[in-house]
Design a protein around this ligand. Sequence first.
Ligand code: SAM
Length: 190
Amino acid sequence: MTVASEDAGFWIKDMLAWHYTKRAQAKAFTLDHFIDKKPIPQKEKERLKNKINGRKTPQLKPAFEPLMLAQKPLEGTFINNFDKWAVGLIDTSITMDGHFPSNVLKVEKTEKKDKHGHPTQKPVALLEHLIKIFTQEGQTVLDPFIGSGSTAVACYKSKRKVIGYELESKYTSIARERIQKEVARAGFAY
Ligand SMILES: C[S@@+](CC[C@H](N)C(=O)[O-])C[C@H]1O[C@@H](n2cnc3c(N)ncnc32)[C@H](O)[C@@H]1O
């Protein structure tokens, strides 16, 4: 994705890590049941199990997802560009933990009770934090892969406009429903 974005003309600025500690599934698996199924004598099975001694396939439990940070090439300097387009600089007063915003974003994965039927639903708090750093109230955020609409909800919460694309109609319905609820809660629509 990063290579394609760079080929398309974006400047690659950083890699961010969305770091979580809960609700991640460990992927490494034990091999005992494969050994049990092998057409070999029981003694040989025991020898293999003893040698492997409970070791698992080489996959450590995921605790982060990488995010690419890119920007369109500036028009002139940072100052000229911001003066013309009002983007490209960040608001470092936005904080999740009282500290200067860093490229490690500690936000837990969405709890089951807050899931809306999309397998990779992102936490609204994570998106809201990023949206507030990179944009201002009233600006428009594009999410070309909007899924169940978490970015849209984050935009409404932070008073930004949003444009979203989604291939699957089952997800656009979920997104629409979530947006309607958020608009009703906020009492206004962008
Ligand atoms: C990682 S998911 C987004 C999840 C979303 N952030 C959320 O919290 O629900 C990516 C979505 O992009 C959609 N998608 C994939 N290719 C697409 C395309 N070419 N145009 C529009 N949507 C696409 C998939 O159907 C999927 O729902």
